[in-house]
Design a protein around this ligand. Structure first.
Ligand code: ADP
Ligand code: MG
Length: 446
């Protein structure tokens, strides 16, 4: 009642206190302990760390400490690191558009410090010793540690009880924290990670190759029952592994996509992957995949989501098409063959040069010329070269339809390889054309 009355009363416009601004901003970035873990890992990676330790207490709700051996922070910049909109990573709009670091907004540490107790301890290479700053009091004192940084976060949401109530059990929050580390560990196999909880070791991943790290984190079964994805289009590189249709799962729990080293949940990419499985995967089965996409930074906007879990591609249709084709090609490849090679996708996008993009992706032109891609429509099989409007007929459906009508004759003229009916043995497709059933080698069809 009072709330309703208050809302209708006109109140003067005032600027919010800076503490409240930070807490509001924190709401977008820090949802739970795992968000803190993610931000601190991003910072450690940006600092060039080779080894990162994550120590959690009480599921991460009570405490989170992330310790790295990166380049550290100079003592006279410790206070600035905690300020809102203070960053060492970009200095101009041009740099924002070409950003190759995980962070760039300069808000994570400030946001975390507004909803938790934070202590930042760091030592840069030229410093005689480390310094610790207490975020709340701003107090600094000398400390002992090697070159690198430790960020300690205690009692998350202690001052925002309403938000603390949204947290789940310690076990659930711990699981989310570990998942956050796994996501970083999957893409940065070149770094060592260790996780402790309540003083006990939980996980330790030594430096490894991408393939070994993937096997360690996702299981040898995933590697065994997946095909290598490996496409380099100059300004766009797609690599990783995609599961065989037979190894599809009932849950979408083994689907990892990285764009320029950052774990994302991108609808465009998941749709493109799904489209590649359209003819070989039925019902609600979910493919397993681990995809690393590297794109020239200028071609992707990472500044569209507070937690950066979504991105926007400038050439979204081309990216969709490229991902779909890359996954299709992988599915059509022979099992063991490509598994031996491992493309080194740049972890950050800095290694990709805009010049290499050459304005557009260099996919071979399709003979039908109909290269336009309509997101949301069922994809055409790769050997279909025209721009027909109907979807391929499947076994069962064709029994009721007119099997040898005019449409069928036109099909055989337009698509000499016929219409896909089913995938056989991974690399072959059972198709139907005017002559009857044919087996198409998908590799050759490409
Ligand atoms: P952002 O990462 O967007 O720059 P943050 O609030 O996460 O913003 O960090 C602010 C700044 O503090 C960074 O730009 C960086 O200079 C410094 N910093 C934070 N964490 C570390 C770290 N682990 N090692 C070295 N410098 C760090
Ligand atoms: Mg950061």
């Amino acid at each position: 009642m009072t709330a309703v009355l208050e809302r209708s009363v006109r109140r003067p416009i005032r600027e919010l206190p800076s503490e409240l601004i930070s807490q509001i901003a924190a709401g977008e970035v820090v949802e739970r302990p795992a968000s803190v873990v993610r931000e601190l890992l991003d910072n450690a990676i940006d600092a060039g760390a080779t080894s990162i330790a994550v120590r959690l207490g009480g599921g991460g709700i009570r405490s989170i400490a992330v310790e790295d051996d990166g380049h550290g922070i100079a003592a006279d910049e410790l206070a600035a690191a905690l300020r809102r909109h203070a960053t060492s990573k970009i200095a101009s709009l041009a740099e924002l558009e070409g950003v190759a670091t995980m962070g760039f907004r300069g808000e994570a540490l400030a946001a975390i410090a507004s909803v938790a107790a934070v202590a930042l301890t760091s030592r840069s290479a030229d410093a005689a010793h480390a310094m610790t700053i207490d975020a709340q009091s701003g107090e600094m004192r000398a400390a002992a540690r090697a070159v690198g940084t430790t960020v300690e976060v205690r009692e998350l949401f202690f001052n925002t009880p309403a938000r603390r109530k949204f947290l789940k059990s310690e076990a659930t929050e711990l699981a989310h924290c570990i998942e956050a580390v796994r996501r970083h560990a999957l893409v940065r196999a070149d770094l060592a990670f260790a996780v402790w909880h309540d003083g006990k070791p939980v996980a330790r991943w030594a430096r490894a190759s991408r393939a070994d790290r993937a096997a360690e984190l996702l299981g040898a079964g995933f590697v065994e029952h997946s095909r290598a994805v490996d496409v380099d289009l100059g300004g766009l590189v797609i690599a990783g592994r995609t599961g065989t249709p037979e190894s599809a799962r009932s849950r979408a729990d083994l689907q990892y996509v990285y764009v320029n080293g950052r774990h994302v949940r991108d609808k465009l990419i998941s749709h493109a992957v799904r489209a590649a499985y359209d003819d070989v995967l039925h019902g609600g089965r979910q493919p397993a995949y681990l995809l690393f996409i590297a794109v020239v930074p200028e071609r992707v906007d990472v500044n569209v989501h507070p937690a950066k879990v979504e991105v926007r591609f400038r050439d979204s249709r081309e990216v969709h098409e490229a991902v779909r084709k890359a996954v299709s090609a992988a599915l059509a490849s022979a099992p063991g063959a490509p598994a031996t090679q491992e493309r080194s996708v740049p972890a950050a996008a800095g290694a990709l040069q805009p010049a290499a993009w050459q304005g557009t992706l260099r996919w071979p032109e399709r003979s039908g010329g109909g290269s336009a891609l309509h997101v949301g429509e069922p994809p055409a099989p790769p050997w279909r070269t025209g721009a027909p409007s109907e979807a391929p007929t499947r076994i069962g459906a064709s029994a009721n339809a007119d099997p040898r009508g005019a449409a069928s004759a036109r099909d055989s003229a337009e698509w000499p390889l016929g219409r896909a009916l089913a995938q056989v043995g991974g690399a072959f497709v059972l198709a139907e054309n005017a002559d009857g059933l044919v087996i198409v080698d998908m590799h050759a069809a490409h």
